[in-house]
Design a protein around this ligand. Sequence first.
Ligand SMILES: Nc1ncnc2c1ncn2[C@@H]1O[C@H](COP(=O)(O)OP(=O)(O)OP(=O)(O)O)[C@@H](O)[C@H]1O
Ligand SMILES: [Mg+2]
Length: 252
Amino acid sequence: MSASPAAEPLIAVRGLAKSFNGKQVLRGVDLEVMTGETLVVLGGSGEGKTVLLRHMNGLLRPDRGSVWFSGQKLNDLDENALGEVRKQVAMVFQLGALFDSLSVFDNVSYPLREHTKLSEAQIRDRVRELMRAVDLGDGRVESLYPAELSGGMRKRVALARALALRPRAVLYDEPTTGLDPLVTDRIVGMIRSLQKQFGYTSVVVTHDLKSGFAVGDRFALLDQGRIRFAGSADEVRASSDELIREFLRTAL
Ligand SMILES: Nc1ncnc2c1ncn2[C@@H]1O[C@H](COP(=O)(O)OP(=O)(O)OP(=O)(O)O)[C@@H](O)[C@H]1O
Ligand SMILES: [Mg+2]
């Protein structure tokens, strides 16, 4: 799963600062996501993890600093060009963000209808393939509505929709929060197998280091608006950083 030694950063964040209503959330974040790796971003609630992710696919614009995708500086792009980037950098939102009034099938096929010229038959095939990839391939779920799904199923449908356009990178915002341990293990297993199968570059935001260890190649800790620590699982385990030790205690 780990990136090759000659790996290039697919996503780079340099000196990123962002405030809302005068409150500074990010104060100079430097972070690279190497091609093919799974980077886990840890941090407490409200530290700005979601805000950081939303900069990585251009949903937010920096106050200061820059964000790069595949050598392209996102700061300079207009909405159209950012739309193209978002097709390649998919985001699985913290709360799933499915369209409540659309069936599962219509949710998953939505990006295909919006952004491709696939025929109805091709769309059906692709939705089947995506539903299989998230272990919902028996055809029974497609006609259901989001309100009829369990939390774990909703996350998987959201994941299928995020993968519809075959992105190069996937940003997961708290993919396991609020799920019981069994479903958490299942989602973690799915993120790993999708990563293996398709070679996505992934960023997984979580405050759950246990599931972080199960998916991540590398780990970064966001604290008070900056990256306080970045390193491998072994470096996390060996760290004497107080906050890292605290995360470690919750991962036992
Ligand atoms: N669009 C926005 N407008 C105003 N404030 C915002 C906006 N987005 C985020 N914030 C603020 O930025 C801070 C960081 O929010 P963020 O959602 O990134 O935290 P988080 O680390 O993802 O937390 P959690 O673990 O609870 O999801 C919070 O104080 C939040 O209120
Ligand atoms: Mg968040």
